[in-house]
Write a protein that binds this ligand. Structure first.
Ligand code: ZN
Ligand code: ZN
Length: 143
């Protein structure tokens, strides 16, 4: 496992008087190794292959710890389940979501980024973060 991420999590956990357990470590490890935009249920399936005694609640709780500590970002594409992706030392990007097959495409566009800052500035708004989700039908599903 990447030591840097483990360090961040363990620091956060000790600062909040929580315990770093074998199960929490297993969730972090699986999260770091899995594909982006994973749901708690998907991650639970992966982790429980290694840690059969782990419960879904532990996976949920650990994912919120990861989010609170800044390691993970929580995503909600309106399909009824939260998804998570690595946030730590990762470049900012936005998402396109196919409403047919559920595919998630990442993109980064400097012009859009700048425009958002301009809009915020014009409104005297100090933007600290943003999320931009485009919903539609992907190339494959259009055929
Ligand atoms: Zn599609
Ligand atoms: Zn993403």
């Amino acid at each position: 496992m990447s030591n840097k991420e483990q360090e961040v999590l363990e620091k956060y956990i000790s600062q909040h008087n929580l315990k770093i357990t074998k199960q929490r470590r297993a969730v972090l490890e699986a999260f770091l190794n899995c594909e982006d935009h994973v749901s708690a249920e998907e991650l639970y399936k992966i982790v429980s292959a290694k840690e059969p005694k782990i419960g879904l609640a532990t996976v949920y709780r650990t994912l919120s710890l990861l989010t609170e500590s800044g390691l993970a970002a929580e995503l909600d594409f309106g399909d009824g389940q939260k998804r998570y992706e690595m946030n730590y030392a990762h470049e900012h990007h936005d998402h396109m979501i196919c409403t047919e097959c559920g595919k998630i495409i990442e993109f980064h566009n400097e012009v859009i980024e700048k425009l958002q800052e301009e809009v915020a500035q014009k409104n005297g708004f100090k933007m600290t973060s943003h999320k931009l989700d485009l919903f539609g039908i992907c190339k494959e599903c259009q055929q």
